[in-house]
Write a protein that binds this ligand. Structure first.
Ligand code: HEC
Ligand code: HEC
Length: 274
């Protein structure tokens, strides 16, 4: 068994050996970013200009864009059969079907919606092709924190006057637009965590409760109700269309399904808050 495997690797090496040397000499600048060789030492036919790119966002931006360049370094055509982002927040825009002739350079554009998030985030994108095993590209984004206390105070005052304000007008750019087309966890991150789980802000925790430490047991019906109707007399808005909110019954259902699993009740929380 083992010997057979080794022999087949050796024959692969022999087959590709010529083109490896040829490519190395022809295109030395891309050689350093080429991924680890295939098992058996055979290099991947596709060489990317980078396996990882970082987008530095400005405050109030919500979409990061990326361009990756890929070269078919082999002597045979390569078919890219699938480009699969790991998250529905990431969209790949590539030719379909995508065939690269020997030596051809292709362009893969991608975008990531990071609205409502702060800090360093990263998502991956898997590339399946006939050029070798699956390759993974990493898209990173660096999102500045909103340090503008004046703007935050203004937003808080608007929400205090009308808890639905956050789902309307100018507020919608960050609190509603990014939710479109999302479901379950992705929808929760964009629509709920923006208030409930902003990183490194203890001050905010006094206003917006941490959903991981709720002091009472919850079920799906609880989540559906609080998401749909919010909480009267507080900053927690009602997301249902009945309250002028943006979410359909189906979307609310998907959030509740995620929430019952993500926030199981821990009796220890009751003692902590009493
Ligand atoms: C540019 C994007 C953006 C816009 C526009 C925006 N918000 Fe926010 N909002 C955020 C982010 C991000 C957070 C999380 C806190 C932070 O900034 O660190 C947040 C948090 C909040 C919170 C939770 C309390 C807090 O300060 O953390 C409330 C309430 C709120 N926003 C209301 C509003 C209202 C009302 C409007 C419109 C008048 C509005 N927001 C417009 C991005 C935005
Ligand atoms: C504009 C900011 C904001 C957004 C967006 C928001 N919440 Fe809230 N939420 C609050 C605030 C503030 C409270 C605290 C209400 C209070 O004073 O009792 C709260 C309370 C809650 C509570 C009750 C906690 C308790 O102790 O009673 C739950 C559960 C909850 N939110 C879930 C969600 C979910 C799920 C989403 C997304 C669909 C969401 N929230 C979106 C601000 C927000």
């Amino acid at each position: 068994m083992k010997l057979q495997k080794i022999l087949s690797y050796i024959s692969l090496l022999c087959l590709s050996g010529v083109s490896v040397l040829f490519v190395g000499a022809q295109n030395p600048s891309t050689a350093q970013t080429s991924p680890a060789p295939e098992p058996g030492g055979r290099p991947h036919s596709l060489v990317w200009d980078a396996m990882e790119k970082t987008y530095y966002a400005e405050f109030e931006e919500t979409v990061a864009t990326y361009t990756f360049w890929v070269t078919n370094t082999s002597r045979a055509p390569v078919l890219i059969t699938a480009v699969t982002p790991a998250c529905s927040c990431t969209i790949a825009d590539n030719p379909q079907p995508w065939k690269l002739a020997p030596g051809e350079v292709g362009e893969l554009k991608a975008s990531m919606n990071f609205a409502g998030q702060i800090g360093e985030k990263e998502k991956t994108m898997a590339i399946d092709s006939t050029g070798g095993r699956r390759q993974v590209l990493t898209l990173k984004v660096n999102i500045p924190h909103d340090d503008n206390e004046e703007r935050r105070a203004r937003n808080m005052a608007a929400a205090a006057k009308d808890r639905q304000a956050v789902l309307k007008g100018d507020c919608a750019a960050c609190h509603v637009e990014p939710l479109k087309g999302l479901k379950g966890e992705d929808l929760f991150v964009a629509g709920c965590n923006i208030c409930h789980d902003p990183p490194n802000n203890a001050k905010r925790a006094q206003v917006v409760p941490d959903l991981k430490t709720l002091a009472f047991p919850t079920d799906k019906a609880y989540w559906k109700k609080i998401i749909a109707d919010g909480k009267e007399g507080t900053l927690m808005p009602g997301f249902a269309t009945a309250h002028g909110g943006p979410l359909t019954d189906e979307e609310i259902e998907s959030l509740a399904e995620y929430a019952v699993k993500a926030f199981p009740f821990d009796p220890a929380n009751v003692k902590k808050t009493n």
